[in-house]
Write a protein that binds this ligand. Structure first.
Ligand code: 7TS
Length: 423
């Protein structure tokens, strides 16, 4: 090519990121092709639930089409296959979390049920009057209310690690709170309303110095960060399948085998027993002791497919790409006059919560919806966070690796429209 030739024109890319081929990834998510109110869907609500790739949808259809059967009971081939797939999903979760054994993986309905299980079993067994549980100021209601119920029942006390105006926990206060009465620490890994990534490794280390076990609510971390429960050394870790590309109604409670083994059942029924007489029931081994009744077999298999999909991309690349998106979004939103970002921690993931001067977040959401942009507005089940910042609600755009900078540009134009409509 001569020096005079024009440079070849590159096809305009949806994303100018060498980290991920997002155009290709987007083709795996059929819903991203649909229109909403006559506009292309811009889905910025992945913290509420993620979209599902075709591979997950196919896994559900395949299971129901060719293998549908109950697990752990039939001697027929279909039941054997279903059991193999269900237990295979458990092994995939084990690898995803780097847990020591599949025994440490309990299938539950979601994060909420996982926390309730620990509160109802471990908590009930180990809490006495005057004991304390420590949570943080940025917990989802799912990591507040189960502990309140337990504290009420036991005459125990809930203590709350405060945070600063950026949405970062005050670790010195936490250290001071840890004491001889502390029985458990339960803290969110990534805040759903602020995006803060908490220093959970440090939080766990400090608790363990006093011999206190720690539960981590990983609902918003599992989809965005590489996880290693052995490196974290957490005692319990919970997350929901539907937020990491999997189906609703399935989630995971990881627990250290020694702890799970020491815990009484949470619900009674089939699959959690070895033998039953009217006089005495012998409970099953872990993890089955905590999986009473027919489980969500298809859900677990779908979650396994989601983990395969996500692992093939690599959580480290997902995290790096989303970080770029977050930085871009933060910069664009920061330039909008009358907009205030809520949650400005130094370590943040995938969440842009904001308020606009004089405009209620629900009105923001309604105008954006008319532009095909899906965000969430409200308190995001973190009412104490709203109270801490003195606001009733925020508008929240939450990102995933299938989002693009162009979609953030559409959001910014949408916010301009909100100002136009309400000026
Ligand atoms: N913990 C955190 C940090 C969450 O973000 C959520 C759900 C839960 C627990 C509960 O998860 P579930 O799957 O058991 O319901 N968060 C959100 C949200 O931000 N918007 O909708 C649900």
């Amino acid at each position: 090519m001569s020096a005079m030739s024009p440079a070849p024109r590159r096809r305009a890319s949806l994303v100018d990121s060498p980290l991920l081929d997002v155009e290709k990834i987007r083709q795996d998510f059929p819903i991203l092709r649909r229109e909403v109110r006559g506009k292309p869907l811009v889905y910025l609500d992945s913290a509420a639930t993620s979209q599902k790739p075709q591979a997950v949808i196919d896994a559900l259809v395949r299971y129901y089409t060719t293998e549908n059967s109950n697990v752990h009971r039939g001697i027929h081939l279909l039941s054997e296959e279903a059991t193999q797939e269900y237990e295979g999903a458990r092994t995939k979760v084990q690898a995803f979390l780097n847990a020591s054994s599949p025994q440490e993986i309990v299938f539950v309905r979601g994060t909420t049920e996982g926390i309730n299980l620990v509160a109802g079993s471990y908590g009930r067994q180990n809490l006495r009057e005057g004991d304390e549980i420590i949570i943080s100021a940025m917990e989802h209601h799912s990591n507040i209310v189960p502990w309140q119920i337990l504290c009420q029942e036991k005459g125990a006390r809930l203590r709350v690690i405060p945070m600063n105006d950026s949405g970062e926990l005050l670790l010195e206060e936490y250290e001071r709170m840890l004491g001889p009465r502390t029985r458990l620490v339960a803290v969110v890994h990534v805040s759903n309303s602020l995006g803060t990534i908490n220093p959970v490794e440090e939080i766990i280390r400090l608790a363990h110095r006093q011999g206190v076990p720690v539960l981590i609510d990983g609902a918003q971390a599992a989809p965005h960060l590489p996880l290693d429960v052995r490196k974290l050394d957490c005692d319990f870790y919970v997350f929901s399948g539907h937020k990491i590309l999997g189906p609703t109604g399935i989630g995971v409670l990881y627990g250290k085998a020694s702890l799970l083994d020491s815990m009484p059942p949470y619900q009674g029924g089939g699959d959690m027993i070895k033998s039953v007489t009217f006089e005495k029931t012998v409970y099953n081994d872990i993890p089955y002791r905590f999986e009473a009744g027919t489980p969500h077999i298809a859900g677990a298999i779908g979650l396994g497919a989601a983990i395969d999909y996500l692992s093939a991309i690599g959580l480290d690349r997902v995290a790096a790409y989303e970080h770029q998106l977050l930085e871009y979004g933060t910069e664009r939103l920061s330039q909008i006059r009358g907009l205030r970002i809520i949650g400005t921690a130094r370590e943040k993931a995938a969440v842009l919560s904001f308020v606009l001067d004089g405009i209620h977040p629900h009105d923001i959401g309604t105008v954006l919806d008319s532009e095909g942009i899906a965000i969430r507005t409200g308190h995001h089940c973190t009412q104490p966070v709203m109270a801490r910042f003195g606001i009733p609600a925020t508008a929240r755009a939450s990102l995933a690796f299938y989002n693009t900078k162009q979609e953030i540009d559409v959001l910014v134009r949408g916010i301009d429209k909100v100002f136009e409509v309400f000026s």
